[in-house]
Design a protein around this ligand. Structure first.
Ligand code: AVI
Length: 320
């Protein structure tokens, strides 16, 4: 298979080509999540060092009265951006049902596998729940949903510190765009990882089992698989940095020796010097004040934060 560099380049190929051609090489973390990457990310969420998932689950166990109070409506639409396996959301669903409110559940995810697994689970647990998944990227899905809700407010969940995988300025742009799809009175509940002991952050992205390393290296393996690349995977190392001033945790892939990589499907070769990095992910950490400033910059009204007891993670509730 040869993908023509002009017309038929798919989005992945185009992104890889652009990213590897930059003076400081870069690959987007959005490409981590092929089947293998999705499996590895599930394993990361079970790592004892990766505190984020458990912290947000604890928040979900306690935030429902706040959410219902802010919604102040007998019925609403629950929209989830990046639903994944929906484990945490089930904590919310259970409590909404116990509270006797009417709601529909619209998870949005790019992964068909994730949504169909979620569907099986939901149908089994709550067969009568109004469940309607959308397989698309966030904005395409919101566009498809349209503005008309029959007067029901929407509660949009943006879980898992996914917003941290954008730089702060990209995050504000994304949140502004998100707001443009919502109606006055709609709510956005976003998970943010908080600035904390740098040792705790670094450990979360450097688990002793090496799962994060395997997750990041899978991106090169994916290039090998899908673009007929020949990255010598054994020669690459995962490297994590954390800058406590900016709050940016960054992941890099580094070759231990110089090498030339041939992407046969693109008919392109890339030379790497030893230890020349490829930047693959930002996982931005914030403080509460910075988050409130983002709400403002994106045109939302900040309502409140629900944080875990260690103040490691927060879910911030904003209104349009
Ligand atoms: C999905 N995202 C919020 C994760 C994070 O923490 O940035 C992705 C991840 N990368 C390495 N470990 C987890």
């Amino acid at each position: 298979m040869t993908i023509s560099p002009t017309s038929q380049l798919n989005a992945f190929a185009q992104d890889v080509l652009d990213g590897l051609s930059r003076p400081v090489r870069q690959l987007s973390s959005k490409w981590f999540y092929d089947e293998q990457g999705t499996r590895l990310f599930k394993d990361i969420m079970r790592c004892p060092e990766y505190y984020l998932t458990e912290a947000e689950s604890r928040i979900y166990r306690q935030c429902v009265p706040n959410l219902l109070d802010a919604l102040n409506a007998p019925a609403f639409d629950l929209i989830e951006l990046g639903a994944g396996d929906g484990t945490k959301t089930q904590i919310l669903i259970e409590q909404f049902l116990t509270a006797g409110v009417q709601f529909s559940y619209r998870p949005i995810d790019l992964s068909e596998t994730a949504l169909s697994e979620l569907g099986t689970l939901i149908k089994l647990r709550w067969p009568t729940l109004d469940f309607n998944p959308i397989q698309a990227d966030y904005f395409e899905a919101l566009d498809r949903l349209g503005a008309a809700t029959g007067g029901r407010p929407r509660l949009v969940l943006f879980p898992g510190a996914n917003i941290g995988n954008f730089s702060p300025s990209e995050a504000v742009g994304t949140l502004k765009r998100l707001r443009s799809f919502l109606n006055p009175g709609d709510l956005l509940f976003t998970g943010f990882d908080l600035k904390k002991d740098p040792g705790v952050v670094l450990a979360a992205y450097n688990d002793v089992g090496g799962i994060t390393a395997a997750f990041n290296l899978n991106l090169l393996a994916r290039i090998n698989r899908e673009l007929e690349g020949d990255f010598a995977l054994d020669c690459w190392r995962h490297w994590e940095t954390y800058d406590p001033a900016s709050g940016a945790a960054r992941s890099f892939l580094l070759p231990v020796e110089s090498q030339q990589v041939h992407l046969r499907a693109l008919n392109r070769k890339f030379s790497f010097r030893a230890w020349e990095p490829i930047a693959v992910e930002i996982s931005q950490k914030y403080n509460l004040r910075e988050i409130e400033g983002m709400a403002d910059a994106a045109g939302f009204t900040f309502l409140h934060h629900v944080s875990d007891d260690r103040q490691w993670f927060t879910n911030s509730l904003w209104r349009v």
